[in-house]
Write a protein that binds this ligand. Sequence first.
Ligand code: KIV
Length: 271
Amino acid sequence: MTLYPVTAQEGLLSVLDLNRMKLHGEKIVCLTAYDASFGQLIDEAGVDIILVGDSLGMVVQGDDNTLAVTMDDMVYHTRCVVKASKRALVLADLPFMSCATASMALHNSARLVRESGAQMVKLEGPKVDVVSALVAEGIPVCGHLGLLPQSINQLGRYVVQGKSAIAADKIIEDAIALERAGISLLVLECIPSALTERISQVLSIPIIGIGAGRHCDGQVLVLYDILDISIGRRPRFSKNYMAETGTIQAAVGAFVKAVKAQEFPLAEHGF
Ligand code: KIV
């Protein structure tokens, strides 16, 4: 008789675990990491999802935005993190222009899954056809709506999105369309808390917020922001956990505990 492991890769959380956590009201904790040492540290601290975000363009490569991050960068950094994660699900970003068509997205997501071992890929914007194509091939997808950093040249500035009634309705429509196309998870970035609450009432998949208030199933922040080592100003929706703890391990542990206990985010971190 063949004995199958509990999850696809024994020990690692899967989309099923994320759904179970949502069902039981357990908040999902997500942090970014880009290398094996930080990957191991945040995995051991109990982070549920490690996001290898294209924010690496800003916090690792020192650029002003995420646009120069390449597929080779993502494959390399994701592979480093995957080697270190024993429990957390590893989610990798599809960088700027890597999923402009379904065929590009299929090719590039296959690289993140095959060459790096990512369990899920994340893409920005309402790319419904791209999501359907990836899901049809068995690749779990995380959507990303609200502030889309890869569209910075259209936006002009990193500012709160979905403030007008028309913009809010469009984000809700896009969220519903992405869920119908098969996304397993949705990141909402920098939108009013009231809009997040409306979206959470119409979706059944887990929602992870960043600057999106507390009506989410989980929270994500950029690791270097909570350690207060990011270049430039820490965004208002983040929190410096180093100040109150003093070590990296304790800072990450405090963030995990705060999200699980619903002590983060507070109203002051939202819009
Ligand atoms: O790249 C990243 O770190 C992200 C988060 C800001 C959600 O996409």
